[in-house]
Ligand binder design. Structure first.
Ligand SMILES: Cc1ncc(COP(=O)(O)O)c(C=O)c1O
Length: 375
């Protein structure tokens, strides 16, 4: 007869999470956002402060009338046809996050190396670790955050590129993108911010070489973060194992979200106006943020060329403690640069996906806190 104590402890050990999740926690972004109160000026968020207009809501109402049954694993053919001339080159995914997960599951083995931008979006290194692979950071260096030499070895399986960049708002030039596309390994180009630009549309890596896989979606351009609609574009044979992985992750994407995406692409004139409006709103918020930062931090930053983030040199060295203190003592949320990799230390990410009033108030609160702390 087993003692109750033995049964208790053996049950506990079976509850250990899988080794592949060792050391992986909720991201620092989530941890900082958990400190928000109703009075916080939230400049930590990565989602657009944009609400659907009447036409958008009407499109959504109509989308509810489409079939509620499973679609093909790769997504409805009619939607895939709108995203590429060859629908076999598209897989619809539950946002770009699932797209990235499926790609890593399909291609990355234990022991492989995955090149990730430093600083860069938090998921890339984590996804490599979940595959028991090694994330190898490549440097993006201030002040202009350009990509230098890539540390490619014979173990490099994937190179991840993100332009426009979260957290930098920088855009990689076409020539550099072509060089990376033809460097040898598979390339995953995360283009989720491609529609959010200020001077000129950023170049896409789609089609730059047979090795390129692009991911994109409607989360940022259409403020549809909760509807989980993204897609992958790749050569049909490259896409095949990704669709297999996607089947076991999601089966298919919500058919409501797919029907809404189709309606958006069909409403061409409205969609063009919508995107112009989104860009205009972010430009106004960006300029308000730049103005407030220049006044409060006494630094003049180059305006970001895409996305909705400013990566600001921090007057306080330990940016994690700084961000936590600002959250609790000054009621303003920003993300410590270290959340995005070692090259991010010394910076904070300020998201201007917030109203002009919140952007101005938040940055003013930081300035007031710095002055009261004698910084
Ligand atoms: C660079 C980047 N890639 C991917 C994502 C994931 O977006 P989603 O899964 O909503 O498409 C985000 C979200 O913040 C992001 O910033």
């Amino acid at each position: 007869m087993l003692s109750a104590e033995f049964r208790f402890y053996s049950a506990l050990s079976t509850l250990n999470s899988a080794l592949r999740l060792n050391g992986i926690e909720l991201s620092l972004i989530r941890q900082i956002n958990a400190l928000a109160t109703p009075l916080s000026a939230n400049l930590g968020i990565g989602e657009p402060n944009v609400e659907p207009d009447d036409t958008f809501r009407e499109l959504a109402k109509r989308a509810t009338m489409a079939s509620w049954h499973y679609s093909a694993n790769a997504g409805n053919l009619s939607l895939r046809k709108k995203l590429a001339s060859d629908p076999n080159e598209i897989c619809i995914t539950a946002g770009t996050q699932e797209a990235l997960y499926a790609i890593f599951q399909a291609y990355v083995d234990p022991g492989d190396e995955v090149l990730v931008p430093n600083p860069g979006f938090v998921s890339y290194a984590t996804l490599a670790k979940i595959c028991c692979a090694t994330p190898v950071p490549y440097n993006l260096e201030p002040p202009d955050w350009q990509i230098g030499k890539l540390p490619i070895t014979n173990k490099t399986k994937l190179i991840v590129v993100n332009s426009p960049s979260n957290p930098l708002g920088s855009v990689v030039g076409e020539e550099k993108l072509r060089e990376i596309a033809n460097a040898g390994p598979l390339v995953v180009s995360d283009e989720i911010y491609r529609e959010i630009w200020y001077d000129a549309p950023p170049p896409s890596m789609r089609g730059m070489s047979p090795n390129v896989i692009t991911v994109d979606g409607l989360s940022k351009s259409h403020a549809m973060t909760g509807l989980r609609l993204g897609w992958i574009h790749a050569r049909a044979d490259l896409l095949k194992p990704i669709i297999t992985a996607h089947q076991y992750i999601a089966t298919c994407v919500s058919v409501f979200s797919q029907a809404l995406a189709e309606a958006i692409f069909d409403a061409k004139e409205w969609n063009a106006q919508w995107l112009d409006g989104v860009r205009q709103q972010f430009r106004t918020q960006r300029d308000a943020a730049l103005y407030a930062i220049e006044r409060e931090f006494e630094v003049k930053l180059d305006p970001p060329r895409g996305a909705f983030y400013l990566f600001v040199p921090s007057p306080v060295c330990d940016t994690l403690t700084f961000a936590k203190t600002l959250a609790t003592d000054a009621a303003v949320l920003v993300i410590p640069g270290i959340a995005f990799g070692t090259n991010g230390e010394g910076f904070v990410r300020i998201s201007y996906a917030a109203s002009v009033a919140d952007v101005s108030t938040g940055i003013e609160r930081i300035g007031r806190w710095l002055r009261s702390a004698g910084r």
